[in-house]
Design a protein around this ligand. Structure first.
Ligand SMILES: C[S@@+](CC[C@H](N)C(=O)[O-])C[C@H]1O[C@@H](n2cnc3c(N)ncnc32)[C@H](O)[C@@H]1O
Length: 158
């Protein structure tokens, strides 16, 4: 299974054995790749689109890890309990959507490692993170096919 360089750079930031929530998972490439490489044992793959969740279920099935990926239709983190994940990835969507998702569920993300990769409005998201008390732990830029991607790890203190 091959994943884009951008997703590989995100995968490198996931602590071994963590309980991952992938918000906006689309076809669950990232969680399935992490499980196949033995980096994590289980993951929740969440997406607002039922069609994407059907694709996520299919990816997990095709790669023989259906028991390890829980696929959930959810607007952001709204349908997910806060105590079932300790790392959340929100990647490949606009900075304003990432902001809205974080703003809607502050208690569920407090103290957790968040890996963010906004496609657009990176500065606006950074302003929001700074003004809302998030610690910016790391920032990395990845170039792929003529595009530049910013990947941040952040945490909202307990
Ligand atoms: C371009 S895909 C990114 C897929 C994958 N995360 C990646 O980085 O390659 C964006 C996904 O975010 C989902 N999405 C958009 N808004 C969302 C929200 N509020 N909650 C959950 N998923 C959302 C879309 O349905 C879509 O599947």
């Amino acid at each position: 299974m091959r994943i884009p360089k951008r997703l590989k750079a995100i995968a490198e930031l996931i602590p071994r054995g963590s309980r991952l929530l992938d918000v906006g998972t689309d076809n669950a490439l990232l969680p399935v790749w992490l499980i196949l490489h033995g980096i994590i044992n289980t993951a929740i793959a969440a997406d607002i689109s039922p069609k994407c969740i059907a694709r996520a279920v299919e990816t997990a099935r095709v790669h023989c890890v259906p028991e390890q990926v829980r696929c959930v239709v959810s607007d952001g983190i709204k349908a997910i309990d806060g105590d079932v994940f300790d790392v959340a990835v929100i990647a490949g969507m606009g900075g304003e959507s990432i902001r809205d998702i974080l703003e809607a569920s502050p208690d569920k993300i407090r103290g957790k490692l968040l890996i963010l990769q906004p496609q657009t409005k990176q500065i606006e998201l950074l302003d929001f993170l700074r003004s809302s008390g998030f610690d910016i732990l790391s920032e990395r830029v990845v170039c792929e096919r003529g595009r530049t991607y910013l990947i941040q790890t952040v945490k909202l203190p307990q």
